[in-house]
Write a protein that binds this ligand. Structure first.
Ligand SMILES: [Zn+2]
Ligand SMILES: [Zn+2]
Length: 326
């Protein structure tokens, strides 16, 4: 099969022929229909996350058909999604507490095991999600990490219907989260760099849009930051009312700046990180996405253009999400 392979960090992916993977017991072999490109893929390829596997095929927003390993529940040909959390040990203290997103020994798709920048991929059969027919391949792919983790961020931020919510950064994840927030009748304030991202935020129903340094004109109940920047976290924190929460949707931050506790955190304001996702987050979000007919904005790349897709994400060169179609 053809695949895009990371041979060494900070080098471009090599697009080449490689043996088709063999599913083990409890795994499906999937024919990949589409694979979304996530900012985390970029952190892996650029070596900001330590390498965990040699000759890695990245990609953890896989839409694929089951071609081997079918079960009674998920028969041959079923269209499923695979996300970042590719498995858990099920035995660690976090799994036993029902916090599978914090598992001590997780499998991460496209990081600790091969992912979906390829014609075929294997996935644990208990970590795939049947995709609702309302969501086509291209539009389902970006939902599988950006969408699910964006949705988890809303949960971690404790957002209630009608809240005033700030979104700081407006890439793949935020442009999906705003649709969920609007269905919850929230007022959404967007601070982001890039004029095209600001236009998109306005078009998707933000009540206020500003640059990354502009402060929303009201105090926010909740905020979610999407940029890998500690300065943005501080901007979000300084926009909160007392008791407000900032959820950081980033697996990596450049640094966390020093800040004034008395002015910014006192008053029971909270900063929380958002780590991974649970299968319940995935199922709940995919149901909402189908109900509200969520249509992410996508730009399609071929497998041969995998490096261009990563560059587009890195440079914020496209609105919405990049999707590779092998
Ligand atoms: Zn565990
Ligand atoms: Zn991701």
């Amino acid at each position: 099969m053809k695949a895009a392979i990371l041979k060494s960090a900070k080098q471009p992916l090599e697009i080449e022929e490689t043996p088709q993977p063999q599913p083990a017991t409890g795994q499906f072999l999937l024919r990949v229909r589409a694979c979304g490109v996530c900012r985390t893929d970029l952190h892996i390829v650029e070596g900001e996350l330590p390498p965990r596997k040699e000759d890695l095929i990245p990609g953890h927003q896989i839409v694929g058909d089951i071609v081997e390993g079918a079960t009674a529940e998920l028969p041959l040909g079923t269209r499923v999604g695979v996300s970042w959390i590719g498995g858990i040990d099920g035995t660690c203290p976090y799994c036993r507490r029902g916090l599978e997103n914090l598992c001590d020994a997780p499998t991460f798709t496209g990081y600790t095991v091969n992912g979906g920048y390829a014609e075929y991929a294997v996935a644990r059969s208990d970590f795939v999600f049947k995709l609702p027919s309302e969501l086509d391949d291209l539009h389902a792919a970006p939902l599988l990490c950006a969408g699910i983790i964006g949705f988890r961020s809303l949960r971690v931020a404790g957002i209630e219907p009608g809240d005033r919510v700030g979104l700081f950064g407006f890439g793949a994840s935020a442009h999906l989260a705003i649709a969920v927030l609007r269905s919850w009748k929230c007022e959404v304030y967007v601070s982001t760099r890039g004029a095209s991202h600001r236009r998109l935020a306005g078009a998707l129903g933000a009540v206020w849009v500003g640059t990354e340094t502009d402060k929303p004109p009201v105090e926010l109940d909740r905020a979610v930051t999407f940029a890998p920047s500690g300065d943005v976290v501080i901007a979000a924190l300084s926009s909160l009312r007392k008791g407000g929460v900032v959820a950081i949707n980033a697996i990596h931050l450049d640094r966390m700046p020093e800040f004034d506790y008395d002015r910014l955190l006192w008053g029971e304001r909270q900063i929380r990180s958002v780590a991974n996702m649970t299968r319940a987050d995935a199922r709940d979000f995919l149901k909402i996405a189908a109900d509200i007919r969520l249509q992410p904005k996508v730009t399609v790349f071929s497998l041969d253009q995998a490096n261009d897709a990563l560059a587009a994400v890195k440079n914020d060169a496209i609105d919405g999400a990049a999707v590779i179609v092998p």
